[in-house]
Ligand binder design. Structure first.
Ligand SMILES: [Cu+2]
Length: 291
């Protein structure tokens, strides 16, 4: 801590200032880290509508809790410096130049290395197939991280176009619905694509965000865990009415889902007959061509 004390002269005051700063920092940690975890933590998005969003929420809480001591060290050091080392009279007193301190440098390097490597391990383990199955992000046409029972996941195609979302159900006759209703506690495989420009399928409380690219089948896995609604937005600037490209999805019981999809098949039967056969990608031709 002689970098602190270097502003004063002699080794004694250096160590004293250093110890005081460490003690203030430790007390601040004892107060604020629990506040961040247990008071602020529950309000950190994206909440807990799915296994993936719960994982993301937990990661955000861990990152916030880890960042708090770093932030506090800066604030405590800053506060201590402007309080204790302030210029008190007209006389300008400049301390000796700071030449470095191996203890601080080693501590700093060791602490940051441990934090970064631990977070890398934590993040990697979280992406392993047995746990988060890709953490809710789009993984392209051939996902590396799949849930154990990926083959039996409910297939839902998400189609973006200027400027709305529709959903196609290959397991239910290829019916297309303007609403997204999902059964709770079941693995869902979203197949996200677009008919025109690049969009991004963002189901906020589900913790799903996947680019919708024309000619591309972008797969994202999720397992809803709560009976609730969730917001769907486009997260890629896609033209004039991009901001209007939102809707609300619903997580329901398996039996309510079965009823809903059966009714949708009847209700949209006429539309389904007009649609091209179900495919992972579509290449719609324009109604009119230039020239
Ligand atoms: Cu869009």
């Amino acid at each position: 801590m002689s970098a602190v004390g270097a502003m004063t002269d002699g080794a004694g005051p250096d160590v004293r200032h250093g110890r005081r700063i460490l003690i203030i920092w430790a007390v601040a940690n004892v107060i604020f880290v629990p506040i961040v975890i247990w008071v602020l933590g529950p309000h950190i998005p994206p909440y807990d509508a799915s296994q993936q969003s719960t994982d993301q929420h937990n990661v955000n809480v861990v990152l916030s809790a880890l960042a708090t001591p770093v932030l506090l060290m800066i604030w405590v050091y800053f506060g201590y410096s402007i309080t204790v080392f302030r210029q008190r009279g007209p006389e300008v007193v400049d301390g000796p130049p700071i030449e470095g301190d191996p203890r601080i440098q080693v501590t700093w390097l060791a602490a940051t290395t441990v934090i970064v490597i631990a977070l890398a391990v934590y993040g990697t383990v979280g992406l392993l197939p047995s746990s988060a199955a890709g953490a809710g992000g789009g993984q392209g046409p051939n996902p590396l991280s799949k849930p154990p029972n990926a083959a039996s996941a409910l297939q839902v195609q998400v189609i973006g176009q200027q400027w709305l979302w529709t959903f196609r159900w290959p397991g239910y006759g290829g019916v297309q619905t303007p609403y997204l209703v999902l059964p709770v506690n079941r693995w869902i495989a979203f197949h996200v694509t677009s008919l025109d420009v690049s969009h991004s399928f963002w189901a906020y409380e589900l913790g799903v965000k996947a680019d919708a690219i024309p000619g591309n089948d972008n797969v994202a896995f999720v397992r809803p865990t709560q009976l609730r609604s969730f917001q769907i937005r486009c997260a890629e600037l896609c033209g004039l009415w991009h901001g209007h490209m939102n809707t609300t999805g619903q997580i329901v019981s398996q039996s309510a889902f079965d009823t809903w999809i059966a009714q949708a098949r009847v209700r949209y039967q006429g539309v389904t007959q007009q649609l091209p056969p179900y495919s992972h990608v579509y290449y719609p031709a324009p109604d009119q061509r230039a020239g």
